[in-house]
Design a protein around this ligand. Structure first.
Ligand SMILES: [Zn+2]
Ligand SMILES: [Zn+2]
Ligand SMILES: [Zn+2]
Length: 91
């Protein structure tokens, strides 16, 4: 099946399966589902908190200051978002 394409998870346009950047919206990492940066559970755009661990999914971007969905990058300016602070290891 030539030309099999996947939807960009940001703009939902169909793009080649090996895309590193979406050619439509220019965001990186357009394929695959969003995962919680803390517990790795699947999350969906628009959620306010992770359904598994309660991590806040609506955060102010450190780069542009706008509230953005906590994916790998800011949906407003495309800056990389830092991973949440790791919890201290339990001993
Ligand atoms: Zn896109
Ligand atoms: Zn989580
Ligand atoms: Zn931003």
């Amino acid at each position: 099946m030539p030309g099999y394409k996947h939807p960009c998870r940001y703009c939902e346009k169909y793009i080649p399966a090996d895309s590193n950047l979406c050619p439509f919206c220019g965001r990186k990492g357009p394929l695959g589902e969003f995962r919680c940066r803390k517990c790795s559970s699947p999350i969906e755009m628009g959620w306010k908190v992770c359904s598994h661990c309660g991590l806040k999914l609506e955060i102010p971007c450190p780069s542009c200051g706008k509230l953005t969905f906590f994916a790998e990058i800011c949906l407003e300016c495309g800056a990389d978002l830092p991973a949440p602070a790791a919890e201290p290891p339990r001993k």
